[in-house]
Write a protein that binds this ligand. Structure first.
Ligand code: GRF
Length: 193
């Protein structure tokens, strides 16, 4: 089928790595572009290691409809996956990829989402609230942070003596296991399979 995926990521890139590997062994789609907002981000090395083209985009490019859409068109991108993308996605991009963009959030939305809820902050808030479960939420991207339609959620237990880092490790394991599979199912469903 050859759906072309761009992964937008600015972190270490463990999710990007899992997604690239998964689709190398699958015919439905391929990751053909990695977009990062950060020079030196680990995800750029991940892309290099897999021979996937990567580009670093600054704030101005992210805000420039013509330039950004031309970049994605040049790589014939059909689908966008946000995997550790920290900037707001501009409305023009949400509209252009309506129904063709997924994000992963490291908690069970609508809890622990919204402004300031990223990275370690999320797991610290989960710990501070004394939650007994946490998990991941894979959702469509809308114009507000973390508010798009939920596609899938997976849970993990949180023990009383788990640190925020322990919670993070459990959540990360869920991400690497489930995100690629959910992306594939979502793409197939959106194509009518
Ligand atoms: C993940 O925990 C993801 O849920 C969040 O950012 C993190 C990215 O981690 N949105 P990595 O760069 O994939 O290791």
């Amino acid at each position: 089928m050859g759906v072309k995926i761009a992964v937008f990521a600015s972190g270490t890139g463990t999710n990007a790595d899992a997604i690239i590997r998964f689709f190398k062994a699958d015919e439905v789609a391929d990751v053909t572009l990695v977009v990062s907002s950060k020079h030196g981000a680990g995800v750029l090395d991940v892309a290099d290691g897999h021979g996937v083209v990567s580009v670093v985009v600054d704030k101005d490019v992210m805000a420039d409809e013509e330039v950004l859409l031309a970049l994605l068109e040049a790589y014939e991108i059909d689908f966008i996956v946000l995997a550790g993308w920290l900037r707001l996605i501009p409305p023009f991009l949400v509209r252009a990829f309506n129904g063709r963009m997924l994000n992963i959030h490291p908690a069970l939305l609508p809890k622990f989402g919204g402004k300031g809820m990223w990275g370690h902050h999320v797991h610290e808030a989960v710990k501070a609230a004394g939650e007994k479960v946490s998990g991941i939420t894979i959702h469509q991207v809308s114009e507000a942070y973390d508010e798009g339609a939920i596609v899938a959620q997976f849970e993990t237990s949180v023990e009383a003596n788990d640190s925020a880092s322990d919670i993070e490790a459990k959540v990360k394991a869920l991400e690497l296991k489930h995100f690629p599979v959910v992306i594939k199912k979502f793409i197939l469903a959106s194509m009518g399979y």
